[in-house]
Design a protein around this ligand. Structure first.
Ligand code: SF4
Ligand code: SF4
Length: 288
């Protein structure tokens, strides 16, 4: 029966009230997929047995799935030490009452990350951000902002934003996955960075559960772009960790994977500096 796990990331549904152009999982107002009761009970069991140190909820917009989230928080065997992280678009920060009501419904929350995307579809204002931050901090919950960027120029603009807000901002490079891929959005690396050949999957050490898919270490390109030849998702964490897919990621660098596939790294373009992009190439060959 399952061993310990530090971080379990859960994506309970794809419904979102925004429709950002860079959304990696293609969430939006027309996506009705959400975890059914069998999936909820499956994840409940894993949380109860493994007692991960941290649960991380993302979406879709997670505050549209609070019933599922509360059930999974409830599963944890140590409610006091459990950390609950959530990444949100902050739609409910427009007025104080909706903000309080929304946060009141969440059984436990220790960290809130606002996904504030000035370039690809955010609808919250700086005034909303301050309202959200003050309410969250008043409840003893940690707060930070994450900004997705597609170019070094955007990084400069985002740095200005960081100064304006005087808040911790995490910058995330957009990968060519989901709606970002459809809209041809991805971070533009100036050149190919060969250090990526010595790297492994950045998600090793945590596990994701994606609605209607299952458990996987992957919650990026291999999860949301057309399927690679190997099975990426499994019904339990144990079956995933015993899979050839997981063992491959755990034991090999991207350079070793390419070598096995007979793909030379000498002519790779700048896009392949992204770990997830080169991982996709290593799994799907030249079909991407
Ligand atoms: S990026 Fe976030 S806020 Fe935007 S559509 Fe996707 S889930 Fe919703
Ligand atoms: S695409 Fe590959 S490197 Fe990226 S998260 Fe998935 S398995 Fe890891």
């Amino acid at each position: 029966m399952g061993g310990s796990l530090e971080i379990l990331h859960i994506m309970p549904g794809l419904l979102c009230n925004f429709q950002c152009t860079h959304c990696v999982n293609d969430s939006g107002p027309n996506r009705s997929e959400k975890m059914d009761s069998a999936q909820v009970e499956n994840v409940f069991r894993e949380v109860r047995e493994r007692g991960p140190k941290r649960l991380v909820f993302t979406g879709g917009e997670p505050t549209l799935h609070i019933d599922i989230i509360n059930r999974l928080i409830e599963a944890h065997p140590d409610q006091n030490s459990l950390e609950v992280f959530m990444t949100t678009n902050g739609w409910y920060s427009k007025n104080a009452q909706t903000l309080k009501l929304t946060l009141d419904k969440i059984r436990k929350l220790t960290h809130l990350q606002l996904s504030y995307d000035i370039y690809h579809g955010t609808k919250v204002t700086t005034e909303d951000i301050f309202r959200l931050r003050d309410e969250v901090r008043g409840r003893g919950v940690e707060f930070n902002i994450s900004v997705c960027i597609t170019s070094p120029q955007e990084l400069i603009q985002a740095n200005r934003l960081q100064k304006e807000l005087s808040e911790l901002v995490i910058f995330q490079r957009v990968d060519a996955v989901g709606r970002a891929k459809t809209n041809q959005l991805q971070f533009k690396y100036p050149d190919f960075e060969p250090e990526v050949l010595n790297r492994k999957c950045p998600n090793l050490g945590q596990m994701s559960f994606i609605v209607n898919k299952g458990f996987s270490v992957c919650c990026s390109n291999l999860a949301f772009n057309p399927s690679p030849p190997q099975e990426v998702f499994h019904e339990s964490i144990d079956s995933h960790m015993q899979s050839e897919f997981y063992r491959n990621l755990e034991t090999k660098t991207f350079g070793q994977m390419l070598k096995e596939k007979g793909i030379s790294p000498s002519n790779l373009g700048p896009d392949f500096s992204s770990p997830c992009r080169i991982c996709e190439l290593a799994h799907q060959g030249n079909q991407i």
